[in-house]
Design a binder for this molecule. Sequence first.
Ligand SMILES: [Zn+2]
Ligand SMILES: [Zn+2]
Length: 170
Amino acid sequence: MAYQLQVSAKILSWPRQCACCGGEANAELRAAASRTTGKRVQHTTTSWWHVPYCNSCLHHKAQYDEASKWAGRAIAGGLGAWVLIAWLTGSGWFGFAVCIGLACLGFWHQSKEQEEAQKLMCENCSAPSDAVRYVGWHGTFHTFVFENKTYLENFMASNSRKTMSDVRQL
Ligand SMILES: [Zn+2]
Ligand SMILES: [Zn+2]
């Protein structure tokens, strides 16, 4: 379960505890969002907040994010192999079979690696990857998705003087 919240502020106060497990924060993570404006000339603006984390949660998050790249890599490799084999042999079918095989292997490897990363989580951890996601902003309104309900409640208490939307369960 994740919780979406909008808050209007220039400066936000982040409770000094890990956004994932609620333990003591001894590290932080940049939660960034990008926005592209303009039709002919496009400008991409990136904005971010530093979210408190603990070292062990940063560790499982990094591991999980790394694991999540495997399927994409395997598909890219499979497509490359397909093109190469088709070019070498003049037939598309064998390359296609290799491509599908590699993609399946990639998905299988990815889920195994993700499982490994999830084993690094402690029982209070709320998400294998980002515990707070910065979705974007509109004017002074910032949208976040929180995975940890207790952290969200503490965040709302720390920023109680600011204008906030209702919490929406995702
Ligand atoms: Zn933690
Ligand atoms: Zn964690």
